[in-house]
Design a protein around this ligand. Structure first.
Ligand SMILES: [Zn+2]
Length: 373
């Protein structure tokens, strides 16, 4: 879609292959939207008389069983086509049963010879060297509850990136979709301190404005927005203002831009990779070329209307986000395996090799190294 010359096309392909490509929130890897027709049929049959919660647990279990059992070949093929070397996977997302989800991901990493759980930059680099893919366990939702010891508990289970609030209010603070903007709670300030001590990377993507600013002020370590957009380009319930991006830049943090259609542009436009690049370009203008990254947060659409409806219903009720429609996708990024098109887009916007390597993953690795190790 970018009409590159053959030389630029080759350059993009080389950069995508040689760089460490990081997706700071890779949703497309899991959930029923990537299932084979056979799996969807089974899931549909299973879904008839059970609650959404039970379906979600089954969805997560089925995926792991099929991947580990070797019958879900598209999973690995798709990952290889994406060229993504390290993906932050949000545990407790597809199924809110976070311990089940961690157990399933751990099983995948333990069973597959091409997948590793990364808890350091060293792990990620080693995986790249050996031609393997790496995952970082992360949180979007507050699984800490009101018990500070849970920060340690989940750190011990390998979680290295945690969001503080996910759109709505919780014990830590107000989220981005909340009707008030009260910032961090007293408990939330203790959580931030403990995350700093344990070297957990704090993610403020779904946080309310004040929660974000409070955290940036209190945190002794850089923080990130793992899948945001820029309000100045298109305002949505996931976008960040220039003031927020400036504060994040001063904190030496990182802003990754997402590819969720409803966050890129209005419903009157066909969302495309160009809209994504516009958000990225703006973040670069405000924060600097070394402080931006990619957090797709998308990359597939469900193939049966029933699942689309069920998923939309769940997402609307827990996230309070009106812009989502799980049947939609941006032009040029119809599936996660289209990630190489992002690099073609970066080449088309005339960034240098070094700049592209940074955007693709180098910038994220800098922050991850500094905070996590
Ligand atoms: Zn999110």
């Amino acid at each position: 879609m970018f009409r590159l010359s053959q030389q630029d096309e080759e350059r993009a392909r080389r950069l995508h292959k040689e760089s460490i490509v990081a997706d700071t929130l890779a949703h497309a890897l899991y959930s029923g939207c990537v299932f084979s027709q056979n799996m969807l049929k089974r899931l549909d049959e299973f879904s008839k008389d059970v609650s959404t919660q039970v379906i979600l647990d089954e969805m997560a279990r089925m995926e792991t069983q099929e991947v580990v059992g070797g019958s879900f070949k598209e999973y690995k093929e798709r990952w290889e086509a994406s060229g993504v070397d390290v993906a932050s996977v949000s545990v407790g997302q597809v199924t809110p049963n976070v311990l089940l989800d961690i157990a399933l991901w751990t099983r995948k990493c333990d069973s597959l010879d091409w997948l590793v759980k990364a808890t350091s930059v060293k792990d990620i680099k080693q995986a790249k060297k050996e031609g393997k893919r790496a995952v970082i366990f992360s949180f979007q939702h507050n699984h800490i509850g009101d018990d500070l010891d849970n920060v340690d508990f989940f750190h011990n289970l390998g979680v290295r990136i945690m969001e503080l609030t996910c759109q709505v209010r919780n014990s830590i603070g107000d989220g981005q979709g909340e009707r008030t903007d009260c910032g961090l709670s007293a408990f939330g300030t203790r959580v931030v301190k403990r995350m700093n001590e344990l070297r957990i990377l704090i993610d403020l993507t779904h946080s309310g404005h004040k929660t974000m600013m409070d955290t940036i002020e209190i945190s002794t370590k850089p923080v990130i927005l793992s899948h945001a957009t820029c309000s100045a380009v298109y305002k949505s319930s996931r976008s960040s203002t220039d003031d927020e991006l400036k504060a994040l830049a001063q904190n030496n943090g990182l802003c990754s831009i997402n590819l969720v259609p409803g966050f890129l542009t209005s419903k009157n436009n066909q969302p495309s990779l160009d809209h994504f690049l516009d958000h990225l370009e703006h973040a670069i203008e405000i924060m600097g070329i070394d402080k931006v990254g990619i957090g797709t947060d998308w990359g597939s659409h469900f193939k049966t209307q029933d699942l689309v409806d069920r998923w939309n219903e769940r997402m609307t009720s827990i996230y309070m986000i009106p812009e989502l429609d799980y049947g939609d996708f941006p032009e040029g990024f119809e599936d996660w395996s289209d990630c190489p098109n992002i690099t073609c887009g970066l080449v088309s916007r005339k960034y240098s090799d070094k700049e592209i390597e940074g955007i693709l993953g180098g910038n994220f690795l800098r922050v991850f190294k500094q905070v996590v190790g």
